[in-house]
Design a protein around this ligand. Structure first.
Ligand SMILES: *Cc1c(COP(=O)(O)O)cnc(C)c1O
Length: 347
């Protein structure tokens, strides 16, 4: 689709073709030159480890067209480091932070006409994916790794205001094993979560709340997003606490990391630790966080074990709204980028 044909105000979170994707191969430990491609297909050996043994991981980040006319990419160095940790764990070639960031900058620049205008509330979603592309018959790492990045313009997550979602606790499926790949963005984690998510939808819930896979005692994640709760402590004069689970099987969300920093900047008490299910009773607000929506308020959590529903209000709570507004304002260059999170491009 040509950029002038795009209906910017009605974009969803979906794939729209853009003119260029960028690729780089690592062969026997050596990364090559960055290649620019127009075609959407990849030709790969049928014995590539990506197909057979799940040597794949991905990332997701966004670039924003800002009121000052510049383009800002949010915390791409953090995505680079997280992809390094996924690639290392899955024994693929590990791209340097510099290579990763150069590829992001290149793919955004080459597709700059596809960055939605500020007024539309949309953004350019960047999808890096890394796969074992070399052939291997036995369960061994591939000798060739492909790092590919494409982009797609996406609409604002919230067009009709921030509505809260419903979640159901799932004790019959885990998204990751206790000492497995949950802390990486390995593709297999997401294939493994599809049954659980679809069963949740069939029962009428928007999302699934996962518990720690070892004991099913602590909260882990909400779908493919991190979880947080807000507790306002009357004994401390109404001080607000931002509480988010810590566990080996949680994917370290960059949005969550940013919200923790902003919460601390606001003078909130930040707690990243194990969170027992019971503690849901003490939260006045709950939410999921990730790049796609920044914050999705959670209205209800249903526990099929005892039939109990935890309730956190219909829409977005005051603290969640304040955190959301600040993070979005930083991403658009509307308030000072005091932690140096943005890469500003003159495009
Ligand atoms: C990607 C992802 C998140 C969110 O991470 P962000 O860096 O904030 O986008 C959270 N949980 C899971 C399981 C994820 O895959």
């Amino acid at each position: 689709m040509k950029p002038e044909e795009i209906d910017w105000n009605n974009l969803k979170f979906g794939y729209t073709r853009t003119p260029v994707n960028v690729r780089c191969y690592c062969r026997d430990g050596q990364w090559g030159e960055i290649e620019e491609h127009a075609e959407e297909t990849v030709t790969m050996h049928m014995a590539a480890t990506a197909f057979h043994y799940g040597q794949t991981a991905f990332e997701g980040l966004k670039a924003f067209r800002c009121p000052d006319g510049k383009v800002r990419v949010f915390r791409m160095d953090e995505n680079a480091r997280r992809m390094q940790s996924s690639a290392e764990y899955l024994r693929m070639g590990v791209p340097s932070v510099e290579l990763f960031c150069e590829m992001v900058t290149r793919v955004v620049t080459l597709n700059k006409e596809y960055i939605p205008p500020y007024e539309s509330g949309g953004s350019l979603y960047i999808r890096p994916v890394i796969v074992g592309s070399g052939p291997q018959l036995g369960v061994k790492p591939a000798s060739e790794t492909l790092l590919l990045m494409f982009v797609s313009p996406v609409g604002p997550y919230y067009s009709g205001g921030m509505k809260g979602i419903s979640a159901i606790i799932d004790r019959t499926h885990d998204r990751a094993a206790p000492f497995g790949t949950g802390h990486t963005k390995a593709g297999g984690n997401y294939g493994a979560s599809l049954t659980s998510a679809l069963k949740g939808h069939e029962k009428g819930y928007d999302s699934v709340l996962y518990l720690d896979p070892a004991q099913h005692r602590y909260i882990d994640e909400c779908g493919a997003a991190n979880f947080f709760g807000i507790r306002v402590d009357a004994a401390e004069g109404g001080r607000a606490h931002y509480i988010t689970p810590a566990s080996h099987s949680i994917l370290p969300s960059i949005t969550n990391k940013s919200l923790r920093q902003i919460a601390a900047d606001f003078g909130m008490e930040v707690e990243a630790r194990q969170v027992e299910l019971d503690e849901l009773n003490t939260f006045s607000e709950a939410g999921c966080c990730g790049t796609a929506a920044v914050i999705t308020p959670v209205s209800t959590i249903f526990d099929p074990a005892d039939g109990k529903t935890y309730r956190f209000g219909e829409g977005v709570g005051p603290w969640s709204k304040k955190l959301y507004d600040e993070l979005v304002a930083i991403q658009h260059g509307e308030v000072e980028d005091r932690h140096g999170w943005n890469t500003v491009l003159d495009l």
